[in-house]
Design a protein around this ligand. Structure first.
Ligand code: NAD
Length: 497
């Protein structure tokens, strides 16, 4: 029997006043076409609201508002300490409204309320606070030149930034781009994913309350091939910064080429390898990290360790522990604070993951899971699923499933492990466990991934860059390196008389 929902969160959900309009030039507005789409909760299929289905007309309005705000300097030219104050205020407001934001996130995309509350909302506030604190401490450069000339290298805001984000961490993914872009003085046109628009819509009002001037942050809701494409093709948007699938990332590159050669930043998919070698001294910790690395956030995680590469001598011991974790992580009601595995984002994605599972049954051995769960709720749930005896050439080893589905590959030794780990079109994250520092160092240097975890997995902090090698993306979010995306470097030569 499923446990009943926590009455507190369920009752609060009933009382929420959910906004579904877009936010352009400081106001909530309907799409110019008046079109909307249904916002359905994957928890139980309940209808949450109608969301504005914006298209090119709305993107034009938002880009014009953003351009006007950028050009008159109401944000782009104010003192960095003023921008800092507003963004710090926004971080405070995010924390003050944490319960509401967490509930919206959970209702909208199905993640457990305990994760929304303990991870998504605090990380979002910390991100805004961190970039706010950074922006009045960044200095520009003076080049070493001959004594009668001065050459300065200054960073200037890019201008109008299009930001397109996915649904797996709706607020955090937006914050990773908005915080550095706003701190640097840009104006924004943000498009949240159609599956998870609600917190971005709410964030716009909080930003206005914090003192962000009208037109600086515009949130345009809508479908990818309508509002998203219009941002990508817009001739008066200076850069488009995207997180999402590799397939759509390639469209973004094409849009930039077809329009104004806008700057492009891409954070795309992954099929990350998580290696446990036979000289790993803490198999309990490694197995727990491996299970958490694929089942956390329902496996809807770009950096999920979805390929577990086990050294033959420790294979059986690790598998036993992983299956134990999988059994203990059955899907539950996301509004129940004890639930660790929530709902998949929607029916379409659930079907996609189930197709991969059906395919996996032809290619490998299903050890546990593989079925939908909690069907009586009307929601979208999938059991933690583990496939063994997977070939690295199999579809479930090469394609991103984005669900709680683990593919286990057995190898002999570190060299084979590294070779298989790198045989992928992706290069977002990788993990390796060993107690031999030489082996560990060799592996971390050889793994082709933007983030490598040694004797841990999914370690995270805003202070470190995040992004991918190969088809996992172009550029990096987080850390001071993120400013590279949202600024232009200007060299100025001053000849002295
Ligand atoms: P998606 O590519 O389908 O959609 C992402 C965003 O792009 C959404 O806002 C969507 O509306 C928009 N979009 C869709 N089609 C478009 C088009 N033709 N033109 C312009 N915009 C379009 O991805 P998703 O299903 O929302 O998210 C899952 C993907 O995101 C996974 O591949 C995951 O690995 C990736 N992801 C990557 C990172 C990272 O940091 N590298 C982080 C989170 C998620």
């Amino acid at each position: 029997m499923n446990k009943p929902a926590n009455p507190n969160w369920a009752a609060r959900a009933q009382q929420l006043n959910i906004q579904g309009k877009s936010f352009i030039n400081g106001q909530y507005v309907s799409a110019a076409s008046e079109k909307t789409f249904d916002c359905i909760s994957p928890i139980d299929g309940r209808h949450l609201t109608q969301v504005a289905a914006c298209d090119q007309m709305d993107v034009d309005r938002a880009a014009a508002a953003a351009r006007a705000a950028f050009n008159d300097g109401r944000w782009s030219r104010v003192h960095p300490s003023k921008r800092k104050a507003v963004l710090l205020h926004l971080a405070d407001l995010i924390e003050k409204n944490a319960d509401e934001l967490a509930l919206l996130e959970t209702l909208d995309m199905g993640k457990p309320i305990r994760d929304s509350l303990s991870i998504d909302i605090p990380a979002t506030a910390r991100c805004f606070r961190w970039y706010a604190e950074a922006v009045d401490k960044l200095y520009d450069e003076v080049a070493p030149t001959a004594h009668n000339v001065l050459a300065t290298i200054t960073r200037e805001p890019l201008g109008v930034c299009g930001v397109i984000v996915p649904w797996n961490f709706p607020l955090i993914m937006a914050a990773w781009k908005l915080a550095p872009a706003l701190a640097a003085g840009n104006s924004i046109v943000l498009k949240p994913a159609e599956q998870s628009s609600l917190t971005a819509i709410r964030l716009a009002a909080l930003a206005a309350e914090a003192g962000l001037p009208d037109g600086v942050l515009n949130v345009v809701t809508g479908l990818g091939h309508e509002a998203g494409q219009a941002i990508g093709l817009h001739r008066d948007i200076d850069g488009v910064f995207f997180t999402g699938s590799t397939a759509v990332g390639k469209y973004i590159l094409q849009y930039a080429a077809q329009s104004n050669m806008k700057k492009v930043g891409l954070e795309c998919g992954g099929k990350s390898a998580h290696i446990i070698l036979d000289d790993c001294g803490d198999l309990d910790a490694a197995a727990e990290a491996a299970a958490f690395g694929i089942f956390f956030n329902q496996g809807e995680m770009c950096s999920a360790g979805s390929r577990l590469i086990l050294d033959a001598p420790i294979r059986d011991a690790v598998m036993e522990k992983i299956l134990h974790f999988a059994k203990g992580m059955q899907p539950g009601d996301p509004l129940d604070p004890t639930t660790r595995l929530g709902a998949m984002v929607d029916k379409t994605h659930t079907e996609r993951v189930m197709d991969y599972i059906a395919n996996g049954k032809q290619e490998a051995e299903l050890l546990i899971g593989g079925r939908q769960a909690r069907l009586e709720t009307g929601g979208c749930y999938i059991e933690p699923t583990v496939f063994d005896k997977v070939s690295n050439k199999a579809r479930i080893a090469q394609e991103e499933i984005f669900g709680p589905v683990l593919a286990v590959i057995t190898v002999n030794g570190v060299d084979e492990a590294i070779q298989i780990a790198n045989e992928s079109i992706y290069g977002l994250a990788a993990g390796v466990w060993s107690d031999n520092v030489n082996t560990l160092y060799k592996a971390t240097r050889a793994l082709k991934a933007g983030v490598v975890y040694a004797n841990c997995y999914d370690a995270d902090d805003i202070t470190t860059p995040f992004g991918g090698y190969k088809q996992s993306g172009i550029g990096r979010d987080k850390s001071l390196h993120a400013f590279d995306k949202y600024t232009e470097l200007k060299t100025t030569w001053l000849k002295l008389r």
